[in-house]
Design a protein around this ligand. Structure first.
Ligand SMILES: Nc1ncnc2c1ncn2[C@@H]1O[C@H](COP(=O)(O)OP(=O)(O)OP(=O)(O)O)[C@@H](O)[C@H]1O
Ligand SMILES: [Mg+2]
Length: 245
């Protein structure tokens, strides 16, 4: 059942049309990703869907009860340490202090942050550590819908894989629905049920790729094959201007 519906969405910043006639739906427990060139309007679309930007033309129906977002830049609170940053959203949910700290520590360890890091402040963290804290902060509240804007771009391949596996586990247990942006086509293939290809100027969805295989059954060979297929798709080549001229 569709829980997020976007219909005929058009959006401008000033006189510049950023998104034009965007239509798509996200079902419960689905992973939907957007890929497309830089500056094409992906973050703008995500922010509109998350209600962080006011809609202009068209409709967005979102029936998820809880949601959270991990931004392209981590946006941690500079005056709070790692654990307090992760636990921040739980305070608003009135989770008691000891439970907040317990849950924040659990997820921090899960994301390979070490106990020595718990008391560090954002300025003392590496880019990849900040991204993990940001991702942990978004997940710790167990939202029904999670928005992710290039969440793993600063991570090494091992960590990236670990966090992707965490997502796959949540999906398999039907615990979450995810709408995410990535520049990494292989990541999109590994995680997505649907990939929306967003072409720029103005941003519009030129193609949707669907994958029916459950994420947990996608082995490396299947992922490579599908990635190669996508990279040789005409619309992908044109949208990313991959062709040598
Ligand atoms: N607050 C803003 N005010 C004016 N223009 C904006 C604003 N935010 C984004 N834009 C413009 O909207 C367009 C789309 O930006 P957006 O951030 O959505 O792209 P993107 O696809 O996420 O790019 P990237 O892959 O580099 O993150 C760009 O031309 C950008 O300059
Ligand atoms: Mg962006």
């Amino acid at each position: 059942m569709a829980r997020l519906k976007v219909k005929n969405l058009t959006f401008s910043f000033g006189y510049e049309t950023i998104l034009e006639d965007i239509n798509f739906e996200i079902n419960e427990n689905e992973v939907v990703s957007i890929v497309g060139p830089s500056g094409g309007g992906k973050t703008t679309l995500l922010r509109l869907c998350a209600g962080l930007l006011d809609r202009q033309e068209g409709e967005i129906e979102n029936s998820f009860k809880t949601q959270s977002i991990a931004f392209q830049d981590p946006r941690l609170l500079p005056w709070k340490n790692v654990i307090d940053n992760i636990a921040f959203g739980l305070k608003a949910m009135r989770v008691p202090l000891n439970e907040r700290v317990k849950r924040a520590k659990e997820i921090a360890l899960r994301f390979d942050l070490e106990e020595d890091d718990f008391d560090k402040f954002p300025k003392e963290l590496s880019g990849g550590m900040s991204q993990r804290v940001s991702f942990a902060r978004a997940l710790v509240t167990k939202p029904e819908l999670l928005f992710l804007d290039e969440p793993f771009s600063a991570l090494d391949i091992g960590l990236k894989r670990e966090l992707q596996n965490h997502i796959i586990e949540l999906i398999e247990n039907k615990e979450i629905t995810i709408f995410f942006i990535t520049h990494d086509i292989m990541e999109a293939v590994r995680l997505s049920d649907k990939i929306l290809l967003l072409a720029p100027d103005p941003g519009r969805i030129v193609k949707t790729f669907e994958f029916n295989k459950p994420q947990s059954q996608r082995d490396d060979e299947w992922i490579y094959q599908q990635t190669v297929k996508l990279l040789s798709d005409r619309d992908i080549i044109e949208t990313f201007e991959l062709e040598f001229k």
